[in-house]
Design a protein around this ligand. Structure first.
Ligand code: SF4
Length: 328
């Protein structure tokens, strides 16, 4: 095992996107893949509500993340790296990043827009100048990525953690975004083995009212009641975020917000998601809600959508019904 893979393996670093894939394995796959050229892509799309940790890295420690990207270029012998930035992040941080990049082979790319741009193959389509929609998988980017070449795609927080590992300063912490009712929207760097309860208490965010939370994302995340917070975010999977809701939050409004988000962000490539999210919204807006049909569509979305966006539509709704309030 070479030194880089050994360090990443010892750190037990899991990618900080939603894929929950071990970083060492991904780097090794790209290293071993055959290709005339190799590429590195840093994903800073960050389009999920309640998730703003990459923005925190850009604001506070972009130098550490850039170190991680530079190391990836060198380790893989990559032709270049591209930092794929959400539009507002691009406007706000491009000059700061260009100074840090200097003459290194790292380019900045302004995202076309939309949540689906954060899906790694949709992102590659966008970089190649095509419509922003996911590719059929396999093959996966480590074998066939940008311009058909082996490509390492990691998000900004992952490169930040890699930079810390290289500096010998990694402490198995994770960036957690807190938001919601009665909570100051803020990022905290916390031990990844802390329970959700401990995270809320230690940061002074434990609500003084009856509440429930959504973790792992503000739209696609899992909903838990206040007695289920002995789990860690590693157990739940997903992104580093905790959104707090007052127990009195109306179910219809909540579900409507989630469905509206997914309908707006659906890229329209596949029928279950394009038509399914449209129909879900139609049912919610009708005078008499047909919950059986609503659930049937959720089942179709989970089991036949082309990519993770469609598959994740049922998660917040079904976990809300299971853990907080049974559907009427
Ligand atoms: S699931 Fe939705 S976002 Fe994904 S390919 Fe289908 S339409 Fe596009």
């Amino acid at each position: 095992m070479d030194k880089t893979i050994e360090k990443l393996t010892r750190a037990d670093l899991i990618g900080r996107g939603c894929g929950n894939f071990p970083t060492a394995s991904k780097w090794q796959m790209v290293k071993e893949a055959k290709g005339a050229k190799k590429y590195v892509v840093c994903n800073v799309s960050e389009g999920e509500p309640g998730v703003f940790k990459d923005g925190w890295v850009l604001q506070n420690h972009p130098d550490i993340a850039i170190e991680g990207i530079k190391h990836a270029i060198k380790y893989l012998g990559a032709k270049k790296a591209v930092v794929y930035l959400r539009q507002d992040y691009y406007q706000k941080y491009q000059s700061k990043l260009r100074k840090l990049i200097g003459k290194n082979k790292i380019e900045l790319f302004k995202e076309a827009g939309g949540y689906i741009g954060g899906e790694e193959t949709a992102l590659l389509e966008s970089l190649e100048g095509r419509r922003v929609e996911p590719r059929l998988k396999p093959p996966y980017p480590p074998q066939v990525g940008l311009y058909g070449q082996p490509t390492l795609v990691n998000n900004l927080e992952t490169f930040y953690e890699i930079g810390l590992i290289l500096r010998g300063k990694y402490e198995k912490k994770r960036l957690i975004c807190f938001s919601g009712q009665g909570v100051k929207s803020q990022v905290h760097e916390l031990p990844e083995n802390w329970t959700i309860e401990k995270m809320l208490k230690e940061t002074g965010n434990w609500p003084k009212f009856s509440f429930f939370v959504q973790v792992g994302g503000g739209a696609a995340g899992t909903v838990l009641n206040s007695k289920q917070l002995q789990q860690t975010l590693k157990d739940i999977h997903g992104l580093g975020s905790i959104v707090v809701y007052h127990a009195s939050e109306g179910p219809k409004k909540l579900i409507l917000n989630w469905v509206r988000f997914f309908k707006a962000e659906s890229c329209g490539k596949c029928v279950p998601c394009r038509e399914g999210t449209y129909r879900l919204l139609e049912i919610l807006n009708s005078k008499k809600t047909d919950w059986q049909l609503f659930e049937d569509i959720l089942f179709a979305l989970e089991n036949s959508s082309f990519c993770g966006l469609g598959m994740s539509v049922p998660r917040p709704i079904l976990t809300y019904w299971k853990n907080v309030k049974k559907r009427s």
